[in-house]
Design a protein around this ligand. Structure first.
Ligand code: ATP
Length: 540
């Protein structure tokens, strides 16, 4: 050993390219008493990696010595050891993170931007049945060639630069949900892709079994006993918490949201959680479904002999029926202007006047109104009274479309499948491609559409396993769109028709208005709505 080397107050060793120790000093020997010339340095430093010229090496027990490797001569490297206090802490943190990574229940899978697997955890073995080491160093395209993966989330993430989800059946038949996310550097380039793999069948079970605790933990007492309301999404929980808080104030609630998002369900929840439940009924009126001429007498009732054909005894209106309870005015945007004035009066004075009567009558009714239309814009266009709008909009609750709470899709699929299986005494299942479709579809008709499709599939599929081939034509089109396959003229026409009807059904409350807007006859509208399974409010 050179003089300079032996005198250095920290551990130093010289090695050659074959990892053999050439020289070392006292200090090195103190740390590694077994050190000998010609010994393979990897016996002491198992983390040794010859790929880089400059690197940190740790000794076997992750002890406090870090070794830095530098080129010394052309064929030799020098290893310089350093003691680090901070390293102890770092080492522990690293170990904690590693342990977490290893033990977490979901499968974790990290690749570089080229798709080469860098790291996986223990759960991968449970989910895929393949030892985790098998994956390391392999490219996802290799795994696809070998049939271990069907589609690659990683490749899709690299291609799109976005988080991507995918359901697939893996080679041992487990149905898994894969969610891949890009990890980008400061320049915005993808450096790694992290994929979380969940076993869907298992997840379904956990979600259903735990749904009760889920609510309790968050302090939302959601009465799911009678109608099986599924609330999993964070935003939805906040809405329901808010609804629960205001359930006993008599202020008017305005529930906003697209068709089929669960406005009725929320109105029922408010009623069920209010004291009014003990004293009065929840009465629902769909303002868009009742012909305009009849709406006034439906709402306010009529006196005996008020008009030709009226019952001799007269008839109580919905306000009277809801006395001491709650009147739920659905599709409030469809309320004609003359009735808007009357409603305003009830809200202000708490009084109603029956059709054909001169007397006013006190009622104690709380109003919950709902609409899928933009009332504010209607006010601007003069179609809705501004004073009534402000009177209704005391507590607005907005329910986001299913598209914006995709985490509820899976529990809802599970919920409806078991609900309709029970209802029809069947035992249907979805195969994984069907599951993939249901999870990734955009659901313009929201929860109602999801429920309707599942019911239809359960009832009409002869086999126990429901697969993509059983999908109604209008849905098949959406799959074709995704795979860029050509479609027939007939399919294209039907698709356009369906889209137009869907739009119109959202905008107009009844089939007469839809027919007028689409310049066709009302029977045609009824027939087509049936064909595409689009339900106008009046059919519910
Ligand atoms: N959170 C939920 N869990 C389970 N089922 C739900 C949930 N929300 C809605 N549904 C179901 O979805 C369907 C549509 O819901 P709902 O009638 O409340 O929607 P809506 O917004 O009132 O629709 P519209 O605007 O057409 O009146 C119903 O069958 C309802 O039971």
């Amino acid at each position: 050993m050179n003089v300079e080397f032996s005198q250095l107050p920290f551990p130093v060793a010289l090695i050659n390219q074959a990892f053999k120790v050439i020289q070392f000093n006292e200090s090195f020997k103190n740390i590694f008493p077994n050190a000998e010339v010609d010994i393979d340095v990897r016996e002491f430093l198992p983390k040794y990696d010859n790929e880089f010229d400059y690197q940190l090496l740790m000794n076997e027990s992750y002890a406090e010595h870090l070794f830095i490797k530098n080129p010394y001569t052309k064929e030799q490297y020098i290893l310089i050891g350093t003691k680090s206090d901070g390293f102890h802490k770092l080492k522990k943190e690293l170990k904690d993170i590693e342990a977490y990574f290893e033990e977490v229940y979901e499968g974790l899978y990290i690749t570089d931007a080229q798709g080469v697997t860098l790291k996986t955890n223990k759960a991968i073995e449970r989910i895929t049945g393949i030892p985790k080491d098998y994956y390391t160093g392999k490219n996802v395209s290799q795994l696809m060639e070998r049939g271990i993966l069907k589609n690659s989330v990683t490749q899709e993430v690299v291609k799109t630069g976005k988080t991507v989800s995918l359901v697939q059946k893996n080679h041992i038949g487990n149905i898994t949900l894969l969610t891949g996310s890009p990890i980008k550097n400061k320049k915005g380039e993808i450096e790694k892709v992290v994929t979380v793999i969940r076993d869907l069948t298992e997840l379904n079970r956990i979600l259903t079994e735990n749904s009760h605790f889920y609510h309790e933990k968050d302090n939302v007492q959601i009465d799911t006993s009678d109608n099986g309301v599924i609330i999993k999404n964070k935003q939805m929980k906040t809405i329901y918490q808010q609804a629960r808080r205001i359930a006993n104030f008599d202020a008017t609630v305005l529930i906003l949201g697209e068709t089929g998002v669960g406005k009725d369900v929320l109105a029922k929840f408010i009623y069920n959680n209010s004291n009014r439940k003990e004293k009065g009924k929840l009465v629902k009126v769909n303002c868009g479904a009742i012909p305009r001429e009849l709406l006034e007498s439906e709402l306010f009732g009529y006196e005996a002999g008020a008009f030709t054909g009226a019952s001799k005894k007269g008839k109580p209106g919905m306000f009277e029926l809801a006395d001491k309870g709650i009147l739920f005015l659905d599709e409030i945007g469809e309320l004609p202007l003359n009735l808007q004035v009357k409603l305003l009066r009830v809200l202000q004075e708490g009084e109603i006047q029956k059709v054909g009567s001169t007397k006013v009558q006190k009622v104690d009714v709380r109003i919950i109104a709902a609409t899928n239309r933009n009332l504010h814009e209607m006010v601007m266009r003069g179609e809705f009274r501004e004073d009534l709008y402000y009177r209704l909009n005391v507590i607005p609750l907005y329910i986001p479309p299913l598209q914006e709470r995709r985490d509820e899709i899976l529990p809802l699929i599970h919920h409806f499948l078991s609900k309709f299986n029970k209802k029809y005494l069947l035992n249907k299942e979805f195969d994984y491609e069907m599951m993939d479709f249901l999870i990734s579809y955009h659901w313009p008709g929201n929860i109602r559409e999801l429920a309707n499709l599942i019911e239809r599939l359960v009832v009409t599929t002869p086999q126990d396993k429901i697969s993509l081939e059983h999908l109604p034509i209008e849905y098949k089109k959406s799959i074709k769109e995704n795979t860029n396959q050509p479609i027939s003229l007939k399919d294209a026409v039907e698709e356009t028709e369906r889209k137009l009807l869907e739009k119109a059904a959202k905008k107009y409350g009844n089939t007469y208005e839809i027919a007028r807007a689409l310049k066709t006859s009302q029977p045609t509208v009824v027939r087509k709505l049936k064909k595409y399974n689009i339900k106008p409010k009046s059919n519910e």
